[in-house]
Design a protein around this ligand. Structure first.
Ligand code: PEP
Length: 259
């Protein structure tokens, strides 16, 4: 089964709703000029919560093919969870995707694999595809334990899941030492872990789930390295931070097949 590559732009805590509208407009124009084929490479943006309504209005009114999602979601349905946002709120805003378990959420908000797995399951049950992040810190890589560490995260996050559900999600392997640092993992390093993730999914959930799950690489991906990363067998796209704030760069990355 062919997996459609996904280029996902994580804006983090950047861009207010007016800036968001401009950024999506510029991205749409640039992709339009390049005659981007969204059936060949999907493009999604992940603005802050406060921007999503504006992005939805623009995407709907201009019939854009750019998908969008949120950067986090609660595992709870509703109630006394101050500051949290529910899956049904995101569904109403037309989100197709949601990032869960980004290393910055784990670092600054103490999110655990179990919580991340619960958020992902909640989103998927409501029809929103979770982009589930994992990845090791520098000390773990230097100790040569990166594959073991990431597979431990995968096992914990998918504990109790059914194969059919696992096959419908996106996993983003993001070595923490490569996020926002300019230090990109080599294509071979990225492939090593992305391949190990797919092999583990196959072992635990079967070949069907492993064939259909999309595995992205994230960490200082940019126009200059995307082509080589995407040439790796088990890399189905990229989760992009910094470069997704520059529409020309992000659009160029979406066009990696023409490089
Ligand atoms: C990210 O935030 O997920 C990320 C990969 O950031 P950057 O591309 O800036 O390293």
């Amino acid at each position: 089964m062919a997996r459609t590559p996904l280029l996902a732009g994580n804006w983090k805590m950047n861009m207010d709703h007016l800036e968001a509208t401009h950024l999506v407009q510029k991205l749409a124009w640039t992709l339009g000029d390049a005659q981007h084929d969204f059936n060949r490479v999907e493009v999604a943006v992940f603005p802050p919560f406060t921007d999503i309504r504006s992005v939805q209005t623009l995407v709907d009114s201009d019939e854009l093919k750019i998908a969008y999602g949120a950067q986090d979601v609660s595992a709870q349905d509703n109630g006394a969870f101050t500051g949290d946002i529910s899956v049904s709120m995101l569904t109403k805003l037309g989100c197709s995707y949601v990032i869960v378990g980004h290393s910055e959420r784990r670092q600054y908000h103490g999110e655990t694999d179990t919580e991340v797995g619960a958020k992902a399951a909640k989103a998927l049950a409501a029809g929103i595809v979770p982009v589930i992040c994992c990845g090791e810190a520098l000390e773990v890589r230097e100790a040569g334990k990166h594959v073991e560490h990431v597979l431990g995260q995968i096992d914990a996050m998918f504990s109790g899941w059914e194969a059919d559900a696992v096959g419908r999600v996106v996993v983003a392997y993001e070595p923490i030492w490569a996020i926002g640092t300019g230090k990109v993992a080599t294509p071979a390093d990225a492939q090593e872990v992305c391949g190990a993730i797919r092999a583990r999914i196959s072992e635990r959930f079967g070949a069907g789930a492993a064939e259909s799950i999309r595995v992205l690489y994230g960490g200082s991906a940019k126009p200059g390295n995307i082509k080589e990363l995407m040439a790796q067998r088990d890399i189905d796209g990229a989760l992009v931070g910094g470069a997704s704030l520059k529409p020309e760069d992000f659009a160029a990355m979406a066009e990696y097949q023409k490089m």
